[in-house]
Design a protein around this ligand. Structure first.
Ligand SMILES: NC(=O)c1ccc[n+]([C@@H]2O[C@H](COP(=O)([O-])OP(=O)(O)OC[C@H]3O[C@@H](n4cnc5c(N)ncnc54)[C@H](O)[C@@H]3O)[C@@H](O)[C@H]2O)c1
Length: 329
């Protein structure tokens, strides 16, 4: 047998916080599938959706990869985080409270988990000598004031919700902590509305897919002209892996989005095609905190990470329909 032209990549041990959530499940699975070791830290909280979904993700991960280690604990607990980061080579920090609308009901909890929790993870990982930190930020940091397509060098100082403010706060916290540690690669990934199988059940695409398949009316906020840059979870996972493998040293933020926003009316029509049924649509008021449009400029991720989204919306929506059909609520 001839020798491989490149040396094999040595297996690595990762802490994935939020590893039994929607994106965390897919990311943990991808790391395990390529031979890396994964420790998951997750508090299995019931926010912003029922814990049963997270238990299912944990069960499915363990069924496929018997050696996955799952630690049940909270990222605001310093002892728990210090224990979880011990001995890992890298951290992908996805744990957090997601969701714009629920963040108005409990802003202090969002600040605690998303800002204090991120400060703990970054600070304690750095203290343990971890050199590779990746964490989930959000397109929501751009608010309504950022010119579109949104670029990472925009000031992002006018968030529209406590959730967005907490994500921007987490970014600022990480960037200031990293000033003293330029040898560490610390990367904020601004995810743009992520969808796919196992998506959080309260998010529009999965919620609407269930309704369309069951012949129920879906409620579109506003007149259908709001635009969102929907990004399939497989593309997000490829982006996280690209950063995990080759992030530059220092603090850096990247947009991970499709770069091809679609309005909600267009999304509903595409969902109807994927489901093979005509959607029944009603309209409701736009909730507080929802931005008018999200639209990622993805040039930085392309130029510096070699990443670009691959999934077509039609194929991505079909993957959600398939998941929903096989997993009744
Ligand atoms: N899904 C999206 O469209 C999207 C977009 C932008 C940013 N994000 C961010 O990406 C990350 C993952 O999002 P997701 O959609 O998979 O959400 P998710 O809610 O499915 O996953 C988050 C996980 O974090 C865990 N968690 C929450 N609070 C915790 C705490 N205090 N300690 C430990 N674990 C805790 C939850 O139990 C959950 O399993 C989040 O930080 C979210 O804000 C998601």
């Amino acid at each position: 047998m001839s020798a491989p032209s490149h040396p094999a990549r040595s297996p690595r041990r990762w802490l994935v916080t939020g590893g039994v959530g929607f994106i965390g499940y897919h990311l943990s699975r991808a790391l395990l599938a390529r031979g890396d070791e994964v420790v998951v830290l997750d508090d299995f909280s019931d926010a912003p959706y029922p814990v049963a979904e997270k238990r299912r993700n944990a069960r499915d991960l363990a069924a496929e990869h018997a050696h996955v280690e799952v630690v049940e604990g909270c990222i605001t607990n310093r002892d728990v985080v210090a224990g979880a980061v011990a001995g890992v080579d890298g951290v992908v920090h996805l744990a957090g409270l997601a969701g714009v609308r629920p963040s108005f009901k409990d802003p202090a909890r969002y600040a605690r988990v998303n800002v204090e929790g991120t400060a703990n993870v970054v600070e304690l990982a750095r203290a343990q000598g971890v050199r590779n930190l990746v964490f989930a930020s959000s397109s929501s940091v751009y608010g309504n004031a950022t010119p579109l397509p949104a670029r990472e060098d925009a000031p992002a100082i006018e968030p529209e919700s406590p959730y967005a403010a907490s994500k921007r706060g987490a970014e600022l916290m990480a960037s200031i902590l990293m000033k003293a540690s330029p040898e560490i690669a610390c990367t904020a990934l601004r995810f743009f509305t992520v969808y796919g199988p196992r998506q959080r059940p309260e998010m529009a695409i999965t919620l609407w897919a269930r309704a369309v398949l069951e012949g129920r009316t879906i409620t579109v906020f506003g007149d259908g002209s709001m635009r969102r840059d929907f990004t399939h979870v497989d593309d997000i996972v490829r982006g996280v892996l690209a950063v995990a493998d080759s992030a530059p040293k220092g603090y850096r933020a990247y947009n991970l989005g499709s770069g091809a926003p679609i309005d909600l009316a267009g999304l509903v029509a595409a969902l109807g095609v994927a489901a093979g049924r005509a959607p029944l649509v009603a309209h409701g008021p736009v909730p507080r905190g929802d931005v008018d449009a999200t639209f990622a400029d993805i040039a930085r991720a392309h130029d510096e990470l070699g990443w670009s989204p691959q999934m077509k919306l039609t194929t991505g929506l079909a993957s959600v329909i398939d998941w929903v059909q096989k997993h009744p609520a």
